[in-house]
Design a protein around this ligand. Structure first.
Ligand code: SF4
Length: 265
């Protein structure tokens, strides 16, 4: 059960499964606040927010949706919406013409075939405009409490770096990960990976030297391993806790932002 076996390609499936579950537990400790970062009050709002989040930050979506949700409260409201009115509101999220088309199409399909409410099944969800497996898993996991693995850009990057999967096909990855992670953990595992991808294992420069997963990760060293340099890359509002969990100690008297390795002291 070592990262070295994963790096050498000698890791058994059982060892990988055990390592995946250790990773999930470490992530749970590092990101106890992990959750869906989109604001919503019901399944329809979550579906709309998730459509808007394509190629856009959750923060920007959350700045945009209050006006949208205030104006359009039901699937029927979206079904009857003037595309230009919707586009004007959602423009800051980018790709606004396509997104408006998807949202209005979603409203029409829900009104026509589902009594105006979101269906729960994967099969029915993926037939709706603007909803693929990723969005369906977000809706099922967060609005309906049905465990689902959300394969977004963070999930693809991190699970490949962690040697849990190989490849970039989201559907194949989802099924590979389903075999490694306990069913009840699928939704929270997704949130934790996404949190870690936004705060620690950043795309351009992962903070390896300040990462709680370092001992479990065959890609350790892809980013800076120097604890101080790595810690300076951390993002979010629980940086001190992340530093502590990574086993490094702040030494900067001024702000505690310049850590060094406790092990090396
Ligand atoms: S050790 Fe580096 S590559 Fe591995 S998960 Fe942590 S930050 Fe990402």
């Amino acid at each position: 059960m070592t990262a070295a076996d994963a790096r050498n390609g000698t890791e058994s499936e059982l060892a990988k499964k055990r390592r995946a579950r250790v990773i999930d537990r470490l992530l749970a400790a590092a990101h106890p606040d992990a959750k869906c970062e989109l604001d919503y009050a019901n399944p329809l709002e979550l579906a709309v927010a998730t459509i808007l989040s394509a190629q856009c930050t959750d923060v920007r979506v959350n700045l945009t949706t209050p006006a949208l949700f205030a104006k359009y409260r039901s699937a029927e409201d979206y079904a009857e919406a003037n595309p230009e009115d919707v586009e004007a509101i959602i423009r800051p999220t980018g790709f606004y013409r396509n997104k408006a088309k998807s949202i209005i199409g979603l409203g029409k399909a829900l009104a026509a075939h589902h009594g105006g409410t979101l269906p729960k099944s994967m099969e029915e969800l993926v037939k709706l405009p603007g909803i693929g497996r990723k969005t369906a898993n977000v809706i099922r996991g967060n609005a309906f409490g049905v465990p689902g693995i959300t394969v977004d850009t963070h999930m693809i990057r991190l699970t490949n770096r962690l040697g849990l999967v190989s490849g970039k096909d989201p559907v194949k990855l989802e099924f590979q990960l389903q075999k490694l992670i306990e069913h009840r953990e699928w939704t929270m595992f997704s949130h934790r990976i996404i949190f870690h991808g936004r705060r620690v294992c950043i795309a351009r420069k992962p903070a390896c030297g300040a990462c709680t997963l370092a001992a479990q990760c065959p890609s350790f060293g892809e980013g800076p391993t120097d604890p101080a340099e790595a810690a300076s890359l951390l993002r979010g509002d629980n940086i001190e806790e992340l530093i502590k969990l990574a086993g490094i100690t702040p030494t900067d008297e001024s702000a505690g932002t310049s850590p060094k390795s406790g092990a090396a002291l």
